[in-house]
Design a protein around this ligand. Structure first.
Ligand code: ADE
Length: 230
């Protein structure tokens, strides 16, 4: 990986990159600001995508057009797997859009019509790299799994149960599967790293507000560790 794309959805999620990346250039496209530079001697381009699948998709394509050869996403998510606690980390093995629903036409939930794949696999080498970083930084507080994305902040136990049981999701957020699909369309490797800010239940909005800052730092530390071993 000679030029690494890094995306966060919110300011907190990329704040530390602003501190540590040695910047060489900044450009704006489609209203999103991209920072080019080096981190631990490696070329990186990073940006804040904004929230949701459309923002993530556009920003991923712009990064790819700017010549990145892999994409890392750092951020927070709501836990779906009951084994996860706030602060724990999930590394994507794949991503699926849980709000893609053409079930009246006979398609399974999450399935994109007329398309072979709707569950986009993360790059095994990047997953392994993230896993090693987690073993070092957060031993016993991380797991690999399928990440579900949708343009919804999930805050209901019933929805959590459904997403976990029906779609086998480990955590839920609002960007990963869009980024994953754009990477698949361009044949570019990706991995999403999410730190749990809440459990996507009735307390999610309170926990999210309280834990997003800490969780963002955790995800950032993993990216930082990964960059040093790429
Ligand atoms: N990101 C962090 N928590 C989330 C939740 N509960 N739903 C969707 N995205 C999230």
């Amino acid at each position: 990986y000679s030029r690494v794309g890094i995306i966060g959805a919110m300011a907190e999620e990329i704040e530390l990159l602003h501190e540590y990346v040695e910047k060489s250039n900044v450009f704006v496209k489609a209203g999103i600001t991209y920072v080019e530079g080096t981190l631990h001697g490696r070329e990186v381009v990073f940006c804040r995508s904004g929230v949701g699948k459309v923002n993530a998709a556009v920003c991923t394509q712009v990064l790819i057009d700017a010549g990145v050869d892999c994409v890392l996403f750092t951020g927070v998510a709501g836990a779906l797997d009951p084994k996860l606690n706030i602060g724990d980390i999930v590394i994507s093995t794949s991503c699926l859009q849980h709000d893609m629903d053409c079930s009246p036409l006979g398609y399974a939930r999450g399935q994109i019509p007329f398309q072979e794949t709707s569950e986009f696999l993360a790059d095994p080498k990047l997953v392994e790299l993230a896993f090693k970083a987690c073993n070092l930084l957060f031993p016993d507080r991380h797991m690999k799994g399928k990440i579900l994305s949708g343009d919804q902040f999930v805050a209901s136990r019933d929805v959590v149960r459904q997403l976990h049981e029906e779609l086998n999701g480990t955590c839920t957020e609002m960007e990963g599967a869009a980024l994953a699909q754009v990477c698949a369309m361009n044949d570019i490797p990706y991995v999403v790293i999410r730190s749990m800010s809440d459990k996507a239940d009735g307390s999610a909005h309170v926990n999210f507000a309280e834990f997003t800052a800490v969780a963002s730092v955790n995800s950032h530390r993993i990216i930082d560790e990964m960059i040093q071993h790429m």
